[in-house]
Design a protein around this ligand. Structure first.
Ligand code: CA
Length: 703
């Protein structure tokens, strides 16, 4: 052998193990990997893999060992606010999106930051910031590329190793108030995304898919039909238009796909859960009635072309802000001896649906929560049996569930071991009344849009307004198996493992593990701050970890808010946000994140509330401010409590922030069209609310 050959052989011998090591360490995240339900090392996608079950086959942490769970490490996130996302775990690296879609890669063993990517969402959003929250629920990964969807509507591909941008595509019309809070999904070389925002102006919901290598548009599908005079984009639009009446296109129609997206590898289809009508009230949107397709439906689209395949509409003629935007879980069920490729779905409306996903046929639909808008679902026709009066045709109606739903976007999980679904369930009513709404004159301008036609957001949301629970549900028997009561609403999404442990965090700040078989609480830790994100689990170097983002956030803490949420003390910026990672025998001390804080409303002796100004201010508040500052000006923690803020006390300071945009970098939008008299009216409403809520609190304390 020549010296050269020997050197080469030696070199190969030297390089081979290293090469093998690298090959071993890097998982190729493609359709094969994302279809593999048996690997437990990585959490590769939003619902762990294509099946969206949030079920992990890992067993190191199990019903016996879980009591040894302790903190392995924590990563403080001082600039973040609303943390609702599902991180991904790939080959020992965690990837997650924080507030304003800021994305980080972190060593999963130590919490060491590897890179951070700031898409500068606030700057990109510009004036559209007024229609956006900071929350981002997740991201996607495909062959070494991380894909994020920014709150302002961009898809951005990032190199997973370096954190450098590869491409960026604006997926929404920047002249419309679309935003993205949901996760993108990658399959077969395409990245797919929906959007939100049709409640903020007249806009038409749609979904779109882009080539993963270039960011170029592959296909687009509209959820609702446009003006027939402009022609239809495809036959499904023509079919849908037959179910609308009046001049619906003037109101946009709505129907965004803002959350539930599942890729089904067995039928090469994307299952999307569509949103509510815009506006909510069908009498305005489609005055002659009609089912209004494809609102509030599960729709299957061909994954390669975006062509319509089938749909099942959970709420024909939606009029309560009901969505089918909740997660869609794929599972193989044995139904009365028949093997079924099922899609499991528990949308806002309170019914649990089992669909045959080969054709969209409804197999089962039963109430899983308190429901009074319908008495049941006719399995023959697939249609709900509506209760008379439920459409608030005779004036005020108390309806269960509320627009917050019996189940929101907080993900459910499914264990193939128990065959049960673990649902974060909530029971909260809403009052609907449209007797004062002028249907004929109703307009949906960009400014002063009221999404809740007939539903008041000008009052505090009181304590104990809701009941909630973690519920194990049998989708075959369509029955509750066990239930653990929880306070209020807005408890977070769940995860279940082959160790028969269900994990969930909630509004009290408790992160807990339950026995998947009977609901017994096996372990818990209080993280000292409200939890709004679901946990994930993964394995590095033979050790199983559980990671969780903590930052009280989302609609429960923003548009809802009120005393129901404020009672826990998770006031705006009061507790530092964290990424926690737990493991067996973890010994790291829990960090001090800041004490529970209860903003004290200011009631100045020299301010006399003008009732007519306060009433005008209430309308403006509900149109603009309530989205972040909470119902009745009682903040749930997403934004400062205006009753306790010194800023609205001085009209000059108030104007500098609201009209001048002094706090835009913090995420407080600029409302340059608000006039001095508008500010004065809002000021009076805030002072009125400070007085009313202080009196109510004093009365409660005296009792
Ligand atoms: Ca809605």
């Amino acid at each position: 052998m020549s010296i050269r050959a020997r050197a080469l052989a030696a070199g190969l011998a030297f390089w081979l193990p290293v090469a093998l090591q690298i090959a071993h360490a890097s998982t190729v995240v493609d359709a094969k990997a994302l279809s593999d339900q048996t690997q437990g090392k990585n959490w590769l996608a939003y619902g762990r893999n294509f099946y969206e079950q949030r079920y992990s086959p890992l067993t190191q942490i199990n019903t016996e060992s879980v009591k040894r769970l302790g903190l392995a490490w924590n990563m403080p996130l001082p600039r973040d606010n609303s943390l609702v996302g599902t991180p991904l775990a790939i080959d020992g690296v965690l990837y997650f999106t924080g507030s304003w879609s800021v994305t980080r890669a972190v060593d999963a063993r130590t919490g060491k930051l590897l890179w951070e990517f700031d898409p500068k969402s606030i700057e990109h959003a510009g004036e559209r910031l007024r229609n956006m929250w900071d929350s981002s629920r997740g991201l996607a990964y495909w062959k070494g590329v991380v894909v994020i969807a920014t709150i302002d509507g961009r898809l951005i591909a990032i190199d997973a190793k370096t954190g450098k941008q590869r491409w960026s595509t604006q997926t929404t019309d920047p002249s419309k108030p679309f935003y993205i809070s949901g996760h993108p999904k990658v399959f077969r070389g395409l990245v797919f995304v929906g959007n939100g925002g049709t409640e903020q102006s007249a806009a038409r919901g749609y979904v779109s898919a882009y080539h993963i290598t270039t960011g170029k548009l592959a296909w687009k599908w509209y959820v609702v039909p446009g003006n027939p005079a402009d022609g239809f984009e495809d036959p499904s639009q023509e079919m849908a238009a037959k179910t609308w009446t009046g001049e619906w296109w003037k109101f946009g129609g709505g129907g965004n796909v803002w959350n539930g997206i599942t890729y089904d590898p067995e039928f090469n289809q994307v299952l999307i859960g569509t949103g509510n009508g815009s506006p909510w009230n069908r009498k305005v949107r489609s005055p002659g009635g009609g089912d209004n397709l494809f609102l509030c439906s599960v729709v299957a689209l061909d994954a390669d072309t975006g062509k319509y395949k089938w749909h099942y509409q959970t709420v024909p003629g939606e009029t309560w802000d009901y969505n089918s935007s909740m997660d869609i879980v794929l599972a193989d069920l044995d139904l009365e001896g028949k093997k079924v490729k099922a899609a499991l779905h528990a949308p806002k409306n309170g019914f649990f649906y089992v669909l045959d996903r080969s054709n969209g046929k409804l197999l089962k639909a039963d109430k899983f929560a308190q429901v009074n808008w319908a008495t049941g679902v006719d399995l023959k026709t697939g249609r709900p049996i509506e209760r008379e009066g439920a459409r608030y045709e005779d004036g005020e109606e108390l309806i269960y569930p509320s627009p917050f739903g019996a189940h929101g976007w907080h993900a459910m999980s499914y264990s193939p071991r128990t065959g049960w679904v673990y649902i974060p369930k909530q029971e909260i009513p809403a009052v609907f009344n449209d007797t004062k709404v002028k249907m004929v004159d109703w307009r949906s301008p960009y400014f002063n849009f009221d999404p809740g036609v007939g539903m008041g957001l000008d009052n505090d949301v009181p304590k104990d307004v809701a009941k909630s629970s973690l519920m194990a549900w049998d989708p075959v028997k369509q029955a509750k198996v066990w239930e653990v009561a929880q306070p209020e609403f807005w408890n977070a999404g769940t995860m279940v493992t082959a160790g028969d442990v269900v994990f969930q965090g909630g509004v009290t700040g408790e992160f807990a593990a339950y026995d998947a078989r009977n609901g017994t609480k096996l372990w818990s830790v209080n993280v000292g701050s409200g939890i709004s994100a679901p946990p994930i689990t993964y394995e590095v170097d033979g050790k199983q970890y559980v990671s969780l983002l903590v930052g009280f956030g989302g609609a429960g803490t923003s548009i809802a808010g009120g005393t129901a949420m404020a009672q826990f003390g998770w006031a705006y910026r009061a507790q530092e946000r964290q990424l926690y990672t737990f493991a067996l025998d973890g010994k790291a001390p829990m960090p001090k994140v800041g004490p529970p804080t209860f903003p004290k409303p200011i009631v100045p002796a020299d301010f006399k509330v003008d009732p007519s100004l306060a009433s005008k201010g209430s309308e403006l508040y509900v149109g603009q401010c309530v989205w972040c500052h909470g119902s009745g000006a009682v903040s749930g923690g997403y934004a400062p409590d205006l009753r306790a803020s010194a800023i609205p006390l001085s009209l000059e300071a108030f104007k500098a922030v609201v009209v001048g945009g002094a706090k835009v970098p913090n995420g407080m939008p600029k409302f340059s069209d608000l006039r001095d008299e508008d500010l004065k009216a809002i000021q009076n409403f805030v002072r009125h609310q400070a007085e009313v809520t202080t009196k109510a609190a004093d009365k409660a304390a005296a009792q």
